[in-house]
Design a protein around this ligand. Structure first.
Ligand code: DGL
Length: 270
């Protein structure tokens, strides 16, 4: 039993999709969320640099807020740094890739699935190997969607420009004849309406948010770290390395009423 907060981070607003699922599943827990909006998009950066940023944020959350567990609510950071964070921080660290693999495999009937994500996530091969490890017979098509994250960070979640980009980028997964598509970037659920229109009604979209929240709940239970008071409502704190007013304005629209304001954090590495 442990009253300390859960820490969570993403390059920006994407992890709010995971935060939503965690707040809904574990309302009694306190949460500290950091959006590294000054340095997004992670997906266009070298994987080494994303690892460096992730370690810097992990250490900051442990040292400043004494978090009891860290949720890496970003596929790119999970691909880059999950094992290093586990080694360095010495608290449980939950990533989004394994939960994502579980949701897509659990949802597909045909075994023909797709994953879309950032350039860095797709180039890392993390999904390809996690998927094959979970099911060696899976037929997987992947594609990177550069540009999607930037729309979400600007607060644009639909409209003609998003549609044009989606039609262009999603061609490989449309042509592959998949029955289920995993949104392998935590920003993409905010674009789900457009992605779903472009993919057509035969393709089911899944995200890693709910499965990640379940994995976190299991971890808290197993390591006896759950909050002792199961009927309280936890507090939710938001931090941004960018413009905190813009973070609160766009973030509250994306997450909901829990995000009222944000505090500023100055990263060292650039
Ligand atoms: N939300 C991050 C992810 O899941 C996107 C990263 C970015 O390109 O900033 O990969």
């Amino acid at each position: 039993m442990d009253r300390r907060p859960i820490g969570m981070f993403d390059s920006g607003f994407g992890g709010l999709t995971v935060a939503r699922a965690v707040i809904d599943l574990l309302p009694e827990e306190d949460l500290v969320y950091l959006g590294d909006t000054a340095r997004y998009p992670y997906g266009a950066r070298p994987i080494e640099q994303v690892r460096e940023f992730s370690l810097e944020i992990g250490r900051f959350l442990v040292n400043t807020f004494d978090i009891k567990v860290l949720v890496v609510a970003c596929n790119t950071a999970t691909a880059a740094a999950l094992e290093d964070l586990r080694e360095v921080l010495q608290i449980p660290v939950v990533g989004v890739i394994e939960p994502g693999v579980r949701s897509v495999l659990g949802a597909s009937d045909s075994g023909h699935v797709g994953v879309i994500g950032t350039v860095a996530t797709m180039n890392s091969g993390a999904y390809q190997s996690a998927m094959l490890h979970a099911d060696p017979l899976i037929d997987l098509t992947t594609c990177a969607c550069p540009g999607f994250v930037e729309f979400v960070e600007r607060g644009t979640t639909e409209g003609p420009q998003v549609e044009v980009l989606a039609e262009r980028l999603l061609t490989p997964v449309i042509e592959a004849g998949i029955d289920t598509l995993l949104l392998g970037c935590t920003h993409y659920p905010f674009l789900a309406r457009t992605i779903s229109q472009v993919m057509g009604p035969a393709v089911l979209l899944v995200s890693s948010a709910e499965e990640t929240a379940f994995a976190l709940a299991d971890d808290l239970a197993e390591s006896v770290l759950a909050h002792p008071d199961q009927v309280r409502i936890g507090s939710h704190q938001f931090i941004s390395s960018g413009d905190v007013r813009a973070f609160a304005a766009v973030g509250s629209r994306l997450l909901g009423p829990e995000l009222v304001n944000a505090e500023r954090w100055n990263p060292h590495a650039t």
